[in-house]
Write a protein that binds this ligand. Structure first.
Ligand SMILES: Nc1ncnc2c1ncn2[C@@H]1O[C@H](COP(=O)(O)OP(=O)(O)OP(=O)(O)O)[C@@H](O)[C@H]1O
Length: 351
């Protein structure tokens, strides 16, 4: 999957809607506003069916996502249906060749913001997608809470989506990324394709925590966060994956847990077993402060550029003890940066 960096969100663009009741309604309304998305009846009947050993297939009537701002032009519709037919074979991880589960729209119940209005709970939006809260019927396991990442054009090709989903699957053993439930394919009803993943409950982005939005967290919790950042990056890199877009907007913090549990989200720019180039102009490079200078100069990403990105986050974390190591991570010369193992040992020592 060839990606250009000008597709990446600008650093520290304010996340539009994360568990804030006043913004949720308006944002969700802009993205998904359809009565027909109310799927609860169908999905629940499927669970009832599962209990009695049958699997009733809800009829495919009018289950459409009418996605406001990123709806396709009607002339593209036929082409999309053609595409979805030939894209079925893409439900395999392009890196490992293992198959990825498919989830059908009928099995998702999107969470409504308001029981009367047809407005759905948007967890956040990015450059490539809008992420909605819901529940999904998993065979014989009942309902699971999920975050459904629906891709906007032109980021809605199934190969790219399969790559991101495949990486989430691959990273599941680390426990630091959301669990993958499956891929939602584009259907002839016109819904946007997406990734159905574990919902990270009670979370805010690390960026929100850093810029001082409530809640206030203790120094000990900041140490825990620094440790999990280093440990998480090490675990991900050890699986052969480079995140290539590590920044505080892409880390969720579960503020209801004592240790402030972290989850690394958004593997949309990640690569497996190799680095990736992100061609960009000097002006663009200046926006992406988490990008190491060599990447802005056209070189491939590497474990060392991941360390640079970690250094940017450490610099923003309000712990003086991190300034020594973040300074080293931010060295312009990749070879002078510490390894993620050195960083982890350093954080362990200061805790
Ligand atoms: N699994 C999840 N659980 C809870 N909230 C989530 C989850 N995944 C994403 N979000 C919310 O949705 C927002 C957008 O998600 P994500 O970063 O994956 O989108 P994106 O379009 O790839 O963003 P970018 O602009 O970085 O490309 C996140 O900032 C977060 O608030």
């Amino acid at each position: 999957m060839e990606c250009r960096y000008n597709e990446v969100t600008t650093t520290h663009a304010p996340p539009p809607a994360v568990f804030s009741p006043d913004t949720l309604t308006s944002n969700a309304a802009t993205y998904l506003t359809s009565k027909k998305l109310d799927n609860s009846g169908n999905a629940l009947s499927k669970i009832d069916g599962a209990f009695v050993g049958t699997s009733p297939r809800p009829s495919k009537t009018a289950l459409m996502v009418i996605p406001g701002r990123f709806s396709p032009a009607s002339s593209l519709f036929i082409c999309e249906m053609e595409e979805s037919k030939k894209q079925t074979h893409c439900l395999v991880c392009p890196f490992t060749g293992s198959s990825l589960p498919e989830i059908i729209l009928q099995d998702i119940i999107f969470t409504k913001v308001d029981t009367r209005a047809e407005k759905y709970k948007c967890l956040g939006t990015g450059v490539t997608s809008a992420v909605f809260e819901g529940q999904v019927v998993i065979n014989n396991c009942g309902l699971k809470s999920v975050a459904v990442k629906l891709f906007k054009q032109p980021f809605d090709n199934l190969e790219g989506i399969s790559a991101e989903a495949g990486l989430l699957k691959m990273l599941e053993p680390t426990g630091i990324t959301p669990k993958l439930f499956g891929i939602l394919q584009r259907t002839s009803e016109g819904n946007h394709p997406g990734i159905v993943q574990e919902l990270i409950q009670s979370s805010v982005t690390l960026h929100q925590l850093i810029v001082g939005k409530p809640p206030f967290i203790t120094k000990q919790k900041w140490y825990n966060i620094a440790y999990q950042l280093a440990f998480g990056l090490k675990s991900i890199n050890e699986q052969g994956v480079l995140i290539n877009d590590l920044k505080s907007d892409n880390v969720l913090v579960n503020i209801s847990t004592d240790d402030c549990r972290l989850t690394f989200i958004d593997m949309g720019h990640a690569s497996y077993m190799h680095g990736k180039r992100f061609p960009m102009t000097t002006e663009q490079a200046s926006i992406y402060r988490h990008l190491a200078p060599e990447i802005a100069n056209g070189q491939e990403t590497s474990e060392s550029s991941e360390v640079f990105a970690l250094g940017v986050i450490f610099k923003d974390i309000p712990l003086e003890e991190l300034s020594f190591i973040s300074h080293k991570c931010l060295s312009k010369i990749p070879l002078l940066r510490p390894s993620v193992y050195d960083i982890l040992s350093f954080v362990e020592e200061i805790m």
